[in-house]
Design a protein around this ligand. Structure first.
Ligand code: ADE
Length: 424
């Protein structure tokens, strides 16, 4: 551990950054009206009274607004980041100065990362909140002594939900978990528009390249890959998609992208971005055929999509050419630029998804914690979806906050909907 532990319930890079963090959080708060409405109500009703929440989720300005909301609802909490490169140090400083227990700083080693998670467990949580499942997997493994006290948990991301469903299928899950990621008001928006915009933002901050006219290879055409491909095309890139799932590949074809294997795409791409949730997507044989100057990045949760070790082994020298951009010179003389060490470029090199979209994701997080506080005792040790009503209510509130009105069905129309005798 880097010697940042104060012994006062927090460890951050520099508490002196708190004023900057405060301004950044103000900005986010003013763009998260759904969460603000939930907070107003929760301040009166205290749905999380008596709960102790351990969170393991990117420490960003939007997360700070979620933290405030959880606290306003009556819970105590302790927080760590869920990626060694995603913490916004000024926000972490502000949280600590406000008296929140936060263990997170930008640029952690893997040991530091787990040290921070363990500090939040020492706080003996009754609820866990994850993004990527590292905290909950820890509670089910090395730190299983804390599992008994936990009523339930939530999970923010596709990769994490995947891991948890595997745990549940193996009968290994020790408490109920709500798959926040699978809410329509989360993944149809956050994963598509959030990832799409923030990924291009990260690539641009780390490179400042012109996207127009470039060939961009997007690996994976799930919701995240779809968002990245869409925004790259919007900036004028010729987009190639690689996939393993025939349905997703077909969707990409019909959306107008070229689809091919990574072996075929590697020599064609100027910019690469992986968004698959799978390991070993760009490996040694791909680096070997890439163009001189190719830019390689990842926006998936873990840093296993790009084989960075293979790139290092192929290279004769490396230099950091600008922030979050390392230039590897290969033995064949070509240069390859790796962004953010292959960690998620949208959070490591930019600020993650914009507040407006995190508003809905974190409203789902908050409501899921409230549901667990009320109902976890009666739930099985399984992975639960959020309810259709929650999705509908959040969408309705979000529309209201952006001033959009929609039509409603008449009684006649509602009857027609379910009348199977109606026809030609
Ligand atoms: N994941 C993606 N973007 C994020 C953000 N802005 N805050 C927290 N988690 C995120």
């Amino acid at each position: 551990m880097e010697g940042l532990d104060t012994g006062d319930g927090y460890a951050v890079r520099d508490i002196g950054l708190a004023d900057e963090g405060s301004l950044r959080v103000d900005w986010a708060r003013s763009r998260m009206p759904v969460l603000a409405a939930l907070r107003d109500e929760a301040e009166r009703t205290k749905p999380l009274a008596g709960m102790r929440v351990a969170g393991c989720l990117h420490v960003t300005k939007e997360t700070a607004v979620l933290v405030e909301t959880i606290a306003a609802a009556g819970a105590e909490l302790s927080w760590s980041g869920c990626n060694p490169l995603s913490t916004q140090d000024d926000v972490a400083a502000w949280l600590a100065r406000e008296g929140y227990s936060v263990y997170a700083w930008h640029g952690q080693s893997v040991d530091d990362f787990y040290w921070c998670i363990d500090k939040t467990l020492e706080f003996k949580p009754t609820l866990t909140l994850d993004d990527g499942a590292d905290l909950i997997v820890r509670v089910h493994g090395e730190r299983s002594e804390y599992a008994e006290g936990v009523l339930g948990g939530t999970e923010e991301t596709t990769t994490g939900v995947h891991r948890l469903r595997a745990m549940a299928a193996a009968g290994d899950l020790k408490y109920p978990v709500i798959a926040v990621n699978d809410a329509v008001t989360k993944w149809d928006f956050d994963n598509v528009y959030g990832t799409g915009q923030s990924t291009l933002d990260g690539i641009l901050r780390a490179t400042s390249v012109l996207i127009a006219g470039k060939t961009m290879v997007v690996a994976g055409y799930g919701h995240c890959g779809k968002g990245v491909a869409m925004r790259a095309r919007g900036l004028g890139a010729n987009v190639i998609v690689t996939e393993v799932d025939p349905l997703a590949a077909l969707r990409a074809v019909m959306d107008g992208y070229k689809v091919m294997t990574m072996d075929d795409a590697a020599p064609l791409g100027d910019i690469f971005c992986t968004a698959t949730g799978m390991k070993d997507i760009i490996v040694e044989r791909h680096f070997a055929t890439m163009k001189d100057g190719a830019i390689v990045s990842n926006t998936g949760h873990y840093d296993c999509e790009i084989d960075v070790v293979a790139l290092e082994n192929l290279s004769t020298s490396v230099r950091t050419i600008r922030k979050d951009n390392e230039e590897f010179t290969l033995a064949n003389g070509n240069k390859i630029h790796l962004l953010a060490r292959g960690r998620l470029v949208n959070l490591a090199a930019a600020e993650g998804h914009p507040s407006e979209v995190m508003d809905m994701s974190f409203a789902n997080q908050f409501l899921s914690l409230c549901r667990l506080a009320a109902e976890a005792k009666d739930m099985d040790n399984n992975v639960y979806d959020i309810t259709v009503e929650q999705d509908q209510n959040l969408a309705t509130t979000k529309l209201a906050t952006i001033g959009v009105s929609i039509d409603t069905l008449t009684t006649d129309q509602i009857e027609y909907k379910d009348d199977y005798t109606a026809g030609t």
